[in-house]
Structure formats: structure tokens, C-alpha cells
Ligand binder design. Structure first.
Ligand code: URA
Length: 240
């Protein structure tokens, strides 16, 4: 397959060089072909996500399964360039089976909109997929059991940036004990994808009187937007 791709690229390169030699400066592609390539890519992301969901099944791999109502797998664009990862479902998410639908979710949706995206354009998931009882932090075993599924989801979606919401998401994805204050606001490498740690929306809601945390989170998100805009992105095409 890799060899086939290389040959194919080589042929395209030769053809384009030939066109340049003839004096052409533009290549006009038929629109229908471009659209079908895009939808094929989106389709392949969703097929892989479906197979990960199948593999997860009615998961009972860790103790969290016993108190949950639903497995909150994640949702959004299977081909998103931007992905958000939270900690774990709360009671609202457990009831609805969808990530970030409660108060913290409403704030996250506003943050996503402020970045120029519709919520349906990004992909949202959590470190653990089942509600930790009494809203406690997920335990190490619960995280390590669930994390391979999230990592497969990231591989399927192939986002250009992952935004890690809060300490648990950041430390789990970066596999570090470093504090969030040392990591937030800077890009880090997560298996070849840029990861931006920022505050969890629940934390921002608890700190509502102190505007500085929201302002700081906004700075982090602006760095993400600047990166997406500096390389070919959705934000650019919206401006056109
Ligand atoms: N908090 C999270 O970390 N994730 C959710 O889905 C909801 C609240």
C-alpha cells in the first residue's frame, strides 16, 4: 500500500512538473471529485470509530461499569481537525450518553463557538467513558483501562490539535505527574499531535468571580486558533 501511494505521488509530481513546463500555473480539478475525496476521508474516520465502539461493547473492564447508566463514548465530526478531551461523564452526561451536555458542557460549547467552530465540527470525548461515583476523580486503574480506547479514537479522528481540559485529561494524555500550572497554555507532543492543556470548564464555572482564569483559557484557545489558521484550515476557508 505504501509503495502504491509512493508510485501514485510520483506520477502526480511528474504530471504537475510537465504542466509547469508547458507554462500552466493552475490546475483546475472537477468539483465532484474533490467532494468525493473529502467524504471518503470522513467516512473512513467514522468507520474506524464505529469499530472502536463495537470493540468496547458493554464494557465491564473496570469497576466504573457497575454504577453507570450509559457508556459515554464521545461524539462529533469523525474527521475533526480539533478535538476536546475532558475527564469523565457527570450525571447529565451519564443520563444522556453524550459528553459535555451539562453546565460545563454549555460553557464548552460557548468556548468552541468563540473559536469559530460549531460544536458538530469538533470531536469531544473523555478520559473515562463511565461516570465516576459521587463525581470523584477517576482512579489510575480506571484511567489506564479506558485510555487505549480514547487513544484509538484520536488515531481514527486524526485531529490537528487536541485540547486537554483540566489536570486529569492533561496528565493522562501526556503520561506525566507535572502540575497543570506548568503545562497549560503551551503546546505539547501527544503521539505526533499537538496537545494544548487548558482549564476544565467546571473549574472555570467554579471560579466565575475571578475573570482571570477565563481570560487565561481564552489565550490558550487563541494559540490553538492561530496554529490552525497558520496551516491550511477550516477557519481560513470560513473567512473566504
Ligand atoms: N466533565 C467532563 O470532564 N466531561 C464531561 O463529559 C462532562 C463534564
Amino acid at each position: 500500500m505504501a509503495e502504491y501511494d509512493e508510485n501514485w505521488m510520483h506520477l502526480v509530481k511528474n504530471y504537475l512538473e510537465y504542466q509547469v513546463n508547458l507554462g500552466f500555473t493552475q490546475v483546475i480539478l472537477p468539483k465532484t471529485r474533490a467532494v468525493s475525496l473529502v467524504s471518503k476521508k470522513a467516512e473512513s474516520g467514522s468507520i474506524v470509530l464505529e469499530s472502536i465502539r463495537k470493540e468496547l461493547g458493554d464494557c465491564k473492564r473496570c469497576p466504573l461499569h457497575s454504577a453507570r447508566l450509559s457508556i459515554v463514548f464521545g461524539e462529533g465530526n469523525p474527521n475533526a481537525e480539533l478535538m476536546f478531551v475532558g475527564e469523565g461523564p457527570g450525571a447529565d452526561e451519564d443520563r444522556e450518553g453524550k459528553p459535555f451536555v451539562g453546565r460545563a458542557g454549555q460553557l464548552l460549547t460557548k468556548m468552541i463557538r468563540a473559536m469559530g467552530f460549531d460544536r458538530s465540527e469538533v470531536y469531544i470525548a473523555n478520559i473515562v467513558k463511565c461516570l465516576p461515583p459521587e463525581n470523584r476523580n477517576p482512579k489510575t486503574l480506571e484511567i489506564s483501562t479506558c485510555l487505549p480506547f480514547l487513544k484509538s479514537q484520536v488515531t481514527a479522528v486524526k485531529p490537528r490539535v487536541v485540547v486537554a481540559l483540566g489536570r486529569i485529561a492533561t496528565s493522562s494524555l501526556l503520561n506525566t505527574t507535572e502540575s497543570l500550572s506548568n503545562l497549560r497554555g503551551q503546546f505539547h507532543d501527544f503521539d505526533g499531535i499537538l496537545l494544548m492543556p487548558t482549564y476544565h470548564p467546571s473549574f472555570l464555572l467554579r471560579q466565575e468571580r475571578d475573570r482571570k482564569y477565563k481570560a487565561e483559557a481564552w489565550e490558550h484557545l487563541q494559540k490553538v486558533m492561530a496554529y490552525l489558521k497558520s496551516t491550511h484550515s477550516h477557519l481560513e476557508s470560513k473567512d473566504e
